[in-house]
Write a protein of this length. Structure first.
Length: 411
């Protein structure tokens, strides 16, 4: 989730040129600079990941409590954790040997509401800058070189946004000159250079997903979540295009939407399930199907060759596991409950799965079944954070703060 900065004067969106350089991709080389990866879909196109055998540990570190995912750019790995007392720390490691390049620590409560607490939001690289939203609403722009503060704002204190139950969590998204934050009813847009407000939506408890940009019929659009719905807006002005009501227990709309052609897939946990919409670009989306057969509580599924691969069910829930579903029909192809409430990303056509028990697995992404060719215990339970593959290494963390970089470069 993202929060808004203090009340700087609103900038007339009609005269701001930032939207002209909106990008749907944000990657360079084989980095993973933002949550959900280079193309914002949980998928890496990097070749050369070892499909079998054993992966040696390149380096490891202790980063504190939390579930925030790592991001990787220009030789740096950034990830955050909580000290279990009163502070969060953003760690910046060298991707080659794990040496600490810098640390940025700021006060933050543990936030142990029905679980052990810790960091939940993921930072975002944008060139030589890093953007990060803390659960209470602190928003930082840092120099990637040394972690020094360029500017900072507070979504509650400065912009008067209500904090969601589990804090602001959606990762910041940079598009061109603008910074988008999951806050309020349908997002917040700031000038990335100084935090000046471009536009802001009305107050509401935000959802927990990352702002999701897409293009339809040549028009740039963006989807935000709040506690009651998924909202599509014009990213230049914040004007609402359509809203899909989506009432999830406790307001946990956390999984990013998945868009493929005219299809829009939305899913959440707590028994809610999923809906597949069809939208031509005019009017409101139409429902294609709706069921409880894919209930992604925290992390979105990945879409490969028309099939969704994601964790169906709540943490600690009976029957929770990795599932394959047909996007266009909602048909379930298989489920593997041994994964439990683990996580999944994808690399060049293969699934990269980290089970809740801390076992890393690699398998071909196929609707015919789940047959791992690689299996290795890498961290202790519990795991709710997606594994990230970048530049030949896979980065895995657990809730307690174990952070491991494994060498998965191979043939």
């Amino acid at each position: 989730m993202n929060r808004l900065p203090f009340s700087l004067p609103l900038v007339n969106s009609a005269i701001v040129a930032g939207i002209g350089s909106l990008l749907l991709g944000v990657s360079q080389a084989d980095d993973w600079p933002v949550f959900r990866g280079p193309d914002l879909n949980g998928i890496s196109k990097e070749a050369g990941m070892k499909p079998s055998g054993e992966a040696p540990v390149g380096w490891k570190a202790e980063i504190g409590l939390g579930y925030s995912a790592p991001v990787v750019s220009d030789g740096k790995v950034v990830v955050s954790g909580h000290d279990g007392k009163e502070s969060d720390t953003l760690f910046c490691f060298s991707d080659s040997d794990g040496s600490v390049l810098w640390k940025f620590t700021y006060p933050q409560p543990l936030g142990d509401l029905y679980y052990q607490g810790g960091t939940t939001g993921t930072a975002s690289f944008d060139g030589d800058k890093i953007y990060h939203v803390a659960r209470q609403g602190d928003l930082f722009c840092l120099n990637a070189a040394d972690g020094s503060v360029v500017w900072q704002l507070h979504l509650q204190k400065d912009l008067e946004y209500t904090m969601p139950t589990w804090g602001f969590t959606g990762a910041p998204l940079v598009q061109g000159d603008w910074l988008y934050i999951t806050a309020g009813n349908s997002g917040l847009c700031l000038n990335k250079t100084d935090g000046a407000v471009i536009w802001k939506s009305k107050d509401e408890e935000a959802g927990y997903s990352m702002p999701h940009p897409f293009e339809k019929n040549g028009r740039k659009l963006m989807i935000f979540t709040n506690k009651r719905s998924y909202v599509c807006v014009d990213p230049a002005t914040g004007e609402e295009v359509w809203s899909q009501k989506w009432m999830t227990r406790y307001g946990v709309n956390a999984a990013d939407p998945i868009i493929s052609g005219d299809y829009i897939f939305i899913s959440s946990g707590y028994g809610k399930g999923a809906i597949c919409l069809r939208w031509s670009g005019e009017g409101d989306p139409e429902k294609v199907w709706q069921s409880r057969d894919m209930k992604t509580q925290m992390n979105a599924a990945v879409l490969l060759d028309g099939h969704l691969y994601g964790v169906d069910g709540n943490e600690s829930g009976d029957g929770t596991g990795l599932k394959c579903l047909v996007l266009e029909t909602g048909e379930t192809k298989w489920i593997v409950t041994e994964v439990a409430h683990g996580t999944v990303s994808a690399v060049n056509g293969k699934l990269l799965v980290l089970t809740e028990e801390g076992i890393l697995q690699i398998a071909d992404a196929t609707p015919s079944g789940y047959q791992p060719t690689f299996t290795q215990k890498v961290v202790d339970p519990k795991v709710w954070t997606v594994p990230v593959f970048a530049n030949g290494k896979v980065y895995c963390r657990n809730a307690g703060g174990q952070f491991v970089a494994l060498d998965l470069k191979g043939s």
